[in-house]
Design a protein around this ligand. Structure first.
Ligand code: OSB
Ligand code: MG
Length: 368
């Protein structure tokens, strides 16, 4: 295939309810949507999961647009590509900027799957026809409000409840949840809110039989995570620290992580995500698919990736209607009893509603 035209749109979608992490609160999701067309007219879609500001990692919507416009799109346009796995080699001269790279790579995977007349899931080597999902709940104003939300999502059938924690919203919150929901799979995500000196506090979480604690310490510190893991029985799962197969290998080797959260954008695309998946499988490390409050396009990529065999634990890819009044895909992603049915049409498997896309578009530009 040869990509002959790329359109980038900045979309802004209002979240149904604000989402709060240890870094702050979102009310809107601003992101880039990328549409790529090849010489036969096949269209593929990619989503940048970078946020408006650099709180999760150093990338932002604007740095992604800059990287795409000035470096990545020129490297891709009119180049003969036989397989999406070649994209990472084409991008090798560009360091990091993984979310920007992943945006194009995802669209190329979509085109490749359509041209080979298979689902994106099958193109990746996935085998499941349904995937198990959990849900991630932001920090709430009170424990009572959190308990009410957890109750609602447990009734909805979500297979695992993840709760954001931060200093002052941690041990008592988890204790209450465990008391109220003795049999539910519960985990906590700190988004790097603690330091190794908080180990005595974090160790108290061991009482609550949590499935895991996600990214308690700094994103660039797998060494302290290894030290902490030696002191805790609850498995540590790394999110922000893992940008590549090499990061995964080192973190596993030093005992910093027993489970890995794979996010396609954070690791630079589906090809690298698959490599991490395969390596973790060979090492007996379970993985699950993280979420970045994606629109339907990113959600579709997550669903496809999760069909690979070592995605053993439920991911964060909840129903579209947990986030949006109206998503940009048709049909929307629906979790029923904690399962999402994997779409069976070629490519990402969901149609893009162009009218809805336009209604959320703040800015757009075409490159050819
Ligand atoms: O750390 O997994 C995270 C949302 C935004 C940024 C980082 C994270 C999250 C979530 C929500 O936990 C996942 C989702 O529902 O998409
Ligand atoms: Mg996380």
């Amino acid at each position: 295939m040869k990509i002959t035209e790329i359109t980038i749109r900045h979309l802004q979608m209002k979240l149904k309810a604000p989402f709060t992490t240890s870094f702050g609160t979102f009310t809107n999701r601003d992101f880039l949507l990328l549409e790529a067309k090849d010489e036969q007219g096949t269209i593929g879609w990619g989503e940048s999961v970078a946020f408006h500001s650099p709180w999760y990692n150093e990338e932002t919507l604007k740095t992604n647009w800059h990287m795409l416009e000035d470096y990545l799109i020129p490297l891709i346009l009119n180049k003969e590509i036989n397989h999406p796995d070649e994209v990472s080699a084409i991008f090798e001269p560009i360091r990091k900027n993984n979310m920007a790279k992943s945006t194009i790579e995802g669209a190329i995977w979509d085109i490749y799957a359509q041209q080979t007349n298979q689902t994106l899931a099958a193109a990746l080597g996935g085998t499941k026809d349904q995937i198990e999902v959990g849900i991630s709940i932001g920090i709430q104003n009170s424990i009572d409000e959190l308990v009410a939300l957890v109750d609602e999502y447990v009734r909805d059938g979500y297979k695992r409840i993840k709760v954001k924690i931060k200093p002052g919203w941690d041990v008592e919150v988890m204790r209450t949840l465990r008391e109220k929901f003795p049999d539910v799979a519960i985990m906590a995500d700190a988004n790097s809110a603690y330091r190794l000196e908080d180990a005595p506090l974090l160790k108290q979480l061991d009482e609550f039989n949590l499935t895991m604690v996600e990214q308690p310490l700094a994103s660039d510190d797998i060494i302290d995570h290894a030290t902490l893991q030696k002191q805790m029985t609850t498995p540590i799962c790394l999110d922000e620290s893992i940008h590549s197969l090499e990061d995964a290998r080192k973190a596993i080797e030093i005992g910093a992580t027993k489970i890995i959260n794979i996010k396609i954008g954070r690791v630079g695309g589906l090809t690298e995500a698959k490599k991490i998946h395969d390596y973790c499988e060979s090492m007996g490390i379970p993985v699950w698919c993280g979420g970045m409050l994606e629109s339907g396009v990113g959600r579709a990529h997550n669903v496809a990736l999760t069909t690979l065999s070592n995605f053993i634990l439920p991911g964060d890819t909840a129903s579209s209607n947990r986030y949006w009044e109206k998503d940009i895909i048709e049909p929307e992603v629906v979790a029923e009893n904690g399962y999402i049915q994997v779409p069976q049409t070629a490519g990402i498997g969901y149609a893009i509603n162009r009218e809805t896309v336009e209604s959320y578009t703040v800015e757009k530009k075409t490159y050819n």
